[in-house]
Write a protein that binds this ligand. Structure first.
Ligand code: ADP
Ligand code: MG
Length: 691
C-alpha cells in the first residue's frame, strides 16, 4: 500500500490534538529553511533566486510552473532542420567563450553525435564554459537558428529531463531553466512536510488530494491533466481562504457602526455649482449610489472603478465633502507620498474656494503640521500613515486610492466598534461580476465613459536600436507646438537615485536629441513647491518636454502634451503603462505614445505580450483582462499591495466553478488553519508575518 492510499483511507479523521508527533511526523518548520540547506545550490544562484522572491524551500515548492512543455522527439544531428524544436545528444568536442553585441556573452560548443557535428550557442551563461568540458555528454533541447543550435534547456552527463514533458518556470525568465529545475528537484523531498490545512471531511467530500501530493504533482506531473488537477487543488484552497476571509470581514462589519450622513446638504450643492463642468451620467449614478450608502449606519465598502481620467477623483471629493458637511472628517489615502502630494494639489483649489480645510500628512510632516492635519476637514496622506499612524478626530469617509487590502479601517476605531464609510478608487477595472464574487460584499460603481470623448492614443513599440526615430517624430511634433513627456526607465532604486537618473537623462537629452527645446525634469525628490512650479511652467508652455519618473502617473493634466516616450517600457507593468499613457490624449489633438524597449532578444515572453497588448488597445477593461491572463490570478488588481497577490494558483477568470465551490464550502469552515490564513488576509498581513 502506498502512502497516498493509506492517507485516503484515513481521510475522514483528523488526528486528535493530543496525539504526539511520531518520528515520521511532518515538520512544517523545515519548509522555512533557506535554500542554502539544499544541496548543490551556490551562493550566486541563491542570490538570484532571492531577488525573485524565492528564499525558502516553501517559496520554491509554491513557485508555480508558468506552463508545461510537451515531450519532443530526439533526432540525429544529421537530420536537423531549421525551426523545429527537438532534442539532440552528443559529446562536446570544443568549448569557447565569445563576446557578443553589447554586454552579452556567448558560449559556443561543438557537439558531435556520430552522425554529424554542430555548433551550439548559449547566450548570457558564461559559467557554462567551465561546466562543459570537452568529452562531456550533453542532451540539448532547442532549435536550429541563426547561431547554430540554440538550446532552451539542456542536461549534462546522465541527467535526462530535457526531452520529457516538463514544467517551465517564471523564474526561468531570469535564470536558466535547467538551474530552476535543479532547485525545484532539490526542494521536492521536503514536500512531505507540507501540512494540509483543509479539514479532512471537506477533502473527502470534494475528493481533493492531499496538499503535499498536489505540490509534488504540480512540479512532476505525468501529463497535463495531472498538472491541472494539482493546480486546481491548490487554487481551491486559496479561494477558500479568500472566501472565508470575506465572510469574516462581513461579519466584523455587521458589528461596527458608521455615522449615517443623511441627505446631501449645502456644501456639496456649492461644490457642484463650482465645478466648471456638468457631471456625466456615470458620475451622477455613482454619486447616487454613494449617497444611499452614506445614509446608512452600515459602513460603506464601495469600489469606484473607471479608467484613468474618467472622473473618479471628482466623485471621491464629493464623498469626502459629505463627511465635512456633517462636521466630520474625510481622509484620502494614497499608496505613496508622492501620490498623496499630487492628490493634495489637485484638491487644494476646490477646497480653498469652498472654505474646507485640507491638510497633507506625510512622514516628513512635523509635529505641528500633524496636529494641524488632525484638526483639518479633509486629510490627504499615505495609507500607512492614516491607517496606523494617527487617530483622526472623527473620520466618517475614507477614500482609498489604488489599494486593495481588505482592512483599511482605522484599527483604533474598529476596536471601538466604529468604522468609516470607505470608497476604494481604482483605475484597473475588473469585470463587475468578478468583483462581486471576489469581494463578496463590496459594492461596485463604475464610470464607464470619460467626460470628454477622447481620441485613442496611437501607440507604437520600437526597440532601442531605433529609438532615434522616436525622437525624430518627437521633434517634429514639438516644432508644431505640442508638448511631451519622456518617462525614465523604472529601476529598482531609492527615490534619490531615481531622481538623479532622471536629472542625468534630462541633461543628456538637452545636449543631444532635444537640443534647442526647453526640457524640465520632474521626480519624487522635488519639494512640493518646486514640483508645483515646474508643473505650472509646463502647463503655461514655458517648457516643451518634461522628463519624468513615474511620478507623472497620476494627477498631471496638460491637454497640449500629446506625445509620450516611455524608455525601457518592457520593465513596466501593463497597468502602470496604461496609467502613464493616460497622461496624453487629454485634448482634441491626436496623441502618441512611443514605447521604447530593450532589444527583442532580451525581452521575456510576457514583456513582449504586454507591449503588444498596449499597442493593440487603449481600452482599460481589455487590458485588465490581458493582464489577468498574463499574470494569472495573482495580481488581479495590478498592485503588489493587493491582498489578492497571494493568489498564485487560482485564475479568477477561468476558475469561476472553483470559486463557487469555495463559496459554498466557506461557511462550514471552523477554527483552524484556513480561518487563521483568512484572518491574516483580512488584516492585510502575510501569514508568515504572524509566525
Ligand atoms: P480620474 O480620477 O478618474 O483619473 P479625474 O476625476 O481626475 O479622473 O478627472 C480627470 C479630468 O477630467 C480632470 O481634469 C477633471 O477636472 C476632468 N473632469 C472630471 N469630470 C468631468 C466632467 N464631468 N466633465 C468634464 N471634465 C471632467
Ligand atoms: Mg485622478
Amino acid at each position: 500500500m502506498t502512502a497516498a492510499c493509506r492517507q485516503t483511507a484515513f481521510a475522514g479523521l483528523d488526528p486528535p490534538d493530543d496525539w504526539r508527533p511520531t518520528r515520521y511526523a511532518q515538520r512544517p518548520g523545515r519548509l522555512e529553511l533557506g535554500l542554502d540547506s539544499l544541496p548543490g545550490i551556490g551562493a550566486a544562484l541563491r542570490r538570484k533566486l532571492g531577488r525573485l522572491g524565492l528564499r525558502t524551500v516553501a517559496d520554491v515548492l509554491s513557485h508555480r510552473p508558468r506552463r508545461y512543455e510537451p515531450a519532443v522527439s530526439e533526432l540525429p544531428i544529421a537530420a536537423l532542420r531549421e525551426g523545429e524544436e527537438v532534442v539532440v545528444s552528443g559529446r562536446v568536442l570544443t568549448v569557447a567563450r565569445r563576446r557578443a553585441r553589447g554586454r552579452r556573452t556567448r558560449v559556443v560548443a561543438r557537439v558531435d553525435d556520430g552522425t554529424a557535428a554542430i555548433s551550439v550557442t548559449w547566450f548570457n551563461q558564461p559559467w557554462l564554459a567551465d561546466r562543459l568540458q570537452p568529452g562531456a555528454t550533453v542532451r540539448l533541447r532547442g532549435k536550429l537558428g541563426r547561431f547554430g543550435f540554440e538550446p532552451r534547456a539542456y542536461d549534462l552527463g546522465e541527467a535526462r529531463a530535457t526531452a520529457d514533458f516538463a514544467p517551465v518556470y517564471p523564474a526561468a525568465e531570469e535564470i536558466p531553466l535547467a538551474a530552476v529545475r535543479r532547485v525545484v528537484e532539490a526542494a521536492l523531498p521536503f514536500a512531505s512536510h507540507v501540512p494540509d490545512p483543509l479539514p479532512a471531511a471537506l477533502r473527502e467530500r470534494q475528493g481533493l488530494a492531499l496538499k503535499r501530493d498536489a505540490v509534488v504533482a504540480l512540479h512532476r506531473p505525468r501529463d497535463l491533466a495531472e498538472a491541472e488537477a494539482a493546480r486546481q487543488r491548490l487554487a481551491f484552497e486559496e479561494l477558500l481562504v479568500l472566501q472565508v476571509g470575506i465572510g469574516r470581514r462581513a461579519a466584523e462589519r455587521a458589528r461596527t457602526l458608521a455615522p449615517a450622513l443623511g441627505q446631501p446638504g449645502e456644501l456639496v450643492r456649492r461644490y457642484r455649482e463650482q465645478l466648471p463642468f456638468a457631471l456625466t451620467p456615470y458620475q451622477e449614478q455613482a454619486i447616487r449610489e454613494i449617497d444611499a450608502d452614506l445614509a446608512r449606519t452600515v459602513p460603506m465598502q464601495r469600489l469606484l472603478q473607471g479608467d484613468v481620467g474618467s472622473g473618479k477623483t471628482v466623485v471621491a471629493l464629493y464623498a469626502l465633502l459629505r463627511a465635512v458637511e456633517h462636521g466630520r472628517q474625510g481622509a484620502l489615502m494614497a499608496p505613496t507620498e508622492t501620490l498623496a502630494e499630487q492628490h493634495f494639489l489637485t484638491l487644494a483649489d476646490r477646497c480653498g474656494e469652498l472654505g474646507v480645510r485640507l491638510a497633507l500628512l506625510t512622514s516628513s510632516s512635523r509635529k505641528r503640521q500633524r496636529e494641524d492635519a488632525l484638526a483639518a476637514d479633509i486629510v490627504v496622506g499615505t495609507h500607512a500613515l492614516i491607517q496606523e499612524g494617527v487617530a483622526l478626530r472623527d473620520l466618517a469617509v475614507a477614500v482609498v486610492d489604488e489599494q486593495h487590502r481588505f482592512g483599511v479601517e482605522q484599527r483604533a476605531a474598529l476596536a471601538a466598534g466604529r468604522a468609516p464609510h470607505v470608497l476604494h478608487m481604482t483605475a484597473t477595472p475588473i469585470p463587475r461580476t468578478l468583483a462581486l464574487t471576489v469581494y463578496g460584499d463590496l459594492a461596485v460603481s463604475e464610470i464607464a465613459q470619460p467626460p470628454a470623448s477622447r481620441k485613442p492614443v496611437v501607440t507604437s513599440w520600437i526597440t532601442q536600436e531605433r529609438s532615434s526615430e522616436a525622437y525624430t517624430r518627437l521633434r517634429r511634433l514639438l516644432r508644431q507646438g505640442r508638448q511631451a513627456y519622456v518617462v525614465c526607465p523604472l529601476i529598482e532604486a531609492a527615490e534619490t537615485s531615481l531622481a538623479r537618473a532622471a536629472e542625468d537623462e534630462a541633461e543628456r537629452l538637452r545636449r543631444g536629441e532635444l537640443r534647442g527645446f526647453r526640457v524640465g525634469c520632474l521626480h519624487g525628490r522635488l519639494k512640493a513647491a518646486e514640483r508645483r512650479e515646474l508643473m505650472a511652467r509646463f502647463k503655461a508652455h514655458e517648457l516643451d518636454v518634461l522628463v519624468a519618473t513615474t511620478v507623472i502617473e497620476v494627477g498631471v493634466d496638460v491637454p497640449n502634451a500629446t506625445v509620450m516616450i516611455v524608455q525601457e517600457a518592457d520593465r513596466f507593468g501593463l497597468a502602470q503603462l496604461h496609467q502613464l499613457r493616460g497622461r496624453v490624449g487629454r485634448g482634441a489633438e491626436q496623441s502618441y505614445c512611443l514605447l521604447v524597449s530593450r532589444p527583442g532578444e532580451e525581452l521575456s515572453e510576457s514583456a513582449q505580450a504586454r507591449l503588444r497588448a498596449l499597442c493593440a488597445t487603449s481600452d482599460g477593461f481589455e487590458l485588465a483582462e490581458a493582464d489577468l491572463e498574463l499574470r494569472g490570478g495573482g495580481t488581479l488588481l495590478g498592485t503588489r499591495q493587493s491582498g489578492l497577490s497571494d493568489l498564485r494558483f487560482a485564475h479568477l477568470l477561468r476558475d469561476r466553478p472553483l470559486l463557487e465551490l469555495a463559496r459554498a464550502a466557506a461557511p462550514s469552515i471552523g477554527p483552524g488553519p484556513v480561518q487563521d490564513a483568512a484572518d491574516a488576509l483580512v488584516a492585510g498581513v502575510e501569514p508568515e508575518d504572524l509566525a
